[in-house]
Design a protein around this ligand. Structure first.
Ligand SMILES: [Mg+2]
Length: 361
């Protein structure tokens, strides 16, 4: 057993013709050169960067495991690279920061090829172009594995220390607002799962946008900066687990209660079409869809309409008031036209730790 890792590493070397050092060189050579503040990037013992003077550094990390967090039946390598960078960037944005530098670690089984690694990085670079970001990959690690492919990204961001937005600042009376629209990511995944289970199932053309939201979500980078800079956003989180559970995180961290008004949830037509095809109630989809990467925030109630107008004018993205914060003793509630009931963290991701997408249908 002592030599097992070495055996695996040599096995990868023989199967990945360029070998580990060759692969690192290959990754480095395909990198856009330079980068603001980069003193040393890939290829030295450690990366060195010069932070923008006066900024606080934000750190986040996220790991993606083949078969659990991504599925090669549903997404291409560029899409997987794009989404993994998007998920991390969304966490930096949710603090009011700007993503700057990334460390990328890959554990590769011997069946993977250098071309697949190229495509994965291509997706990470495409994220920058598509989302107006400038994340520089400054290092990482490579290892062989006899398990599934694992991709882990550590992302470093910068923020004005006076403008960092935490989960903990919501006040009773604040409006609960969300950017964009919700429900599409889970709808897209469920359409793909349904078709795999039943190849005769036809994905409606009118729901195609949900597939895109599942495969290549766009985190709200510019929107987050505008919201944070306004001074009227008291708490913020990105929707990665699901609206219901992420709203509960805001309330818990802020020691407040809240009420979500179900008939105000912004859902686009493509998501409604998907929900109908799948036979899932649209409110359930909107409340429980994970990996939305929309921003959920507590806004000073008098500032909502001006902030929504500013966001629309600057970015074309909606900011919708979907409820309000209350005192903690009132609890967390969901109000539908027919009834008011406790808000439950029933995101699809919460039934088990690392549920396999394959177990969902
Ligand atoms: Mg988050």
């Amino acid at each position: 057993m002592l030599y097992a890792p070495t055996t695996i590493r040599y096995s990868m070397t023989s199967l990945i013709s360029s070998g580990e050092f060759g692969l690192i060189r290959r990754i480095r050579n395909r990198q856009p050169s330079g980068g603001d503040g980069v003193i040393a990037g890939i290829g030295d013992d450690a990366a060195a960067v010069l932070p923008t003077p006066g900024t606080a550094l934000l750190y986040t990390t996220d790991t993606f495991v083949e078969g659990l967090d991504f599925d090669l039946d549903f997404s291409t390598w560029p899409q997987i690279g794009f989404k993994s960078m998007a998920a991390n960037a969304s966490d930096i944005a949710a603090m009011g920061g700007t993503p700057r530098y990334a460390l990328v670690t890959l554990c590769l089984p011997s069946r993977r090829t250098p071309e697949e690694v190229d495509l994965l990085y291509e997706g990470m670079h495409r994220f920058n172009e598509t989302c107006g970001a400038s994340v520089h990959i400054i290092g990482g690690d490579l290892s062989a594995t006899d398990g599934p492919t694992v991709l882990s990204i550590t992302l470093i961001g910068e923020a004005d220390p006076a403008r960092i937005v935490f989960r903990s600042g919501a006040l009773p009376g604040d409006a609960l607002c969300v950017t964009g629209d919700i429900g599409g990511s889970e709808a897209g995944l469920r359409l793909l799962l349904r078709r795999r289970k039943n190849p005769a199932f036809a994905i409606p053309d009118a729901s195609a946008e949900t597939l895109e939201k599942h495969r290549t979500p766009r985190p709200r980078l510019r929107e987050a900066n505008l919201l944070a800079a306004s001074g009227n956003v008291h708490a913020m989180i990105d929707i990665s687990d699901g609206l219901s559970s992420d709203a509960l995180h805001l309330a818990e961290n802020s020691h407040t209660g809240l009420c979500i008004e179900a008939d105000t949830l912004p859902v686009r037509t493509a998501t409604r079409v998907a929900a109908e095809a799948l036979g899932i109630p649209i409110v359930d989809l909107a409340l429980n869809s994970g990996e939305e990467f929309e921003l959920l925030c507590a806004v000073a109630p008098d500032a909502v309409s001006d902030l929504a107008a500013e966001l629309m004018a600057e970015t074309g993205v909606l900011l919708t008031r979907i409820g309000f914060f209350t005192t903690k003793d009132l609890g967390c509630l969901l109000r539908t036209p027919g009834e008011t009931r406790p808000l439950v963290a029933s995101g699809y991701e919460h039934f088990a730790f690392h549920p396999s997408p394959k177990s969902r249908s």
